[in-house]
Design a protein around this ligand. Structure first.
Ligand SMILES: Cc1cc2nc3c(=O)[nH]c(=O)nc-3n(C[C@H](O)[C@H](O)[C@H](O)COP(=O)(O)O)c2cc1C
Length: 184
């Protein structure tokens, strides 16, 4: 299978994972901005990875609007966020927001994976710093007993460099693609 890994990354976490995945699968690697229909139509396995921002996946809405009609049978989406994907509630939250932008038939044939990234407050843009400050302010006013684990973690780590990037977590994605190749 000719495979491409496409990514949309603001601070580099998703790009790091995309690079590792492309390397392991001997796939081509493209930033979403450098992509065209002509390029994409050459592949029969497409992986899209995007950073999570306020529940949405970076670049995905535009990507789907432009390319949903030419996506092949094997389409894999991976997200990269700071929330723990081992908590089913976090994954459910992501899947709910994806439902809003995915054509239903495409959603049914897509494989979803969720990876954990890095949040370094010192590197954030002014806008993102302000968004995180607002969130922190809002959470700090709540009764600590009512906070979700994620929210408490955000309060505990606010302002720091929080890094969960882990190469071994791409293994299920690699196995999924490799099993598909072996089945052909
Ligand atoms: C403004 C802002 C909003 C974010 N929203 C989410 C979110 O909704 N869910 C999540 O898991 N992580 C969220 N994050 C954390 C990012 O997804 C995380 O830093 C990720 O590694 C970024 O990927 P990138 O470096 O490829 O851009 C947010 C970070 C910022 C700065």
């Amino acid at each position: 299978m000719k495979t491409i890994v496409v990514y949309a990354s603001k601070y580099g976490s998703t790009e790091t994972y995309a690079r590792w995945i492309a390397e392991a699968l001997h796939a081509d690697l493209y930033a979403v901005k450098a992509l065209s229909s002509e390029t994409l139509s050459r592949y029969d396995c497409i992986l899209y990875g995007g950073g999570l921002y306020a529940g949405g996946v970076k670049g995905l809405s535009t990507f789907l609007k432009k390319y949903a009609s030419i996506l092949p049978k094997t389409f894999i989406l991976f997200t990269c966020g700071i929330a723990d994907p081992n908590d089913p509630a976090n994954v459910q939250h992501i899947r709910n927001s994806l439902k809003k932008i995915f054509p239903p038939d495409l959603e049914a044939q897509t494989a979803f994976f969720h990876l954990r990234g890095r949040l370094n407050y010192r590197k954030l843009s002014v806008m993102h710093r302000a968004m995180m400050a607002m969130l922190q302010h809002m959470l700090a006013k709540k009764d600590p007993a009512t906070l979700r684990v994620e929210d408490q973690q955000l309060l505990d780590t606010y302002g720091n460099d929080v890094n969960f990037i882990d190469r071994s977590t791409i293994q299920p994605i690699l196995s999924f693609v490799q099993d598909g190749i072996n089945a052909k």
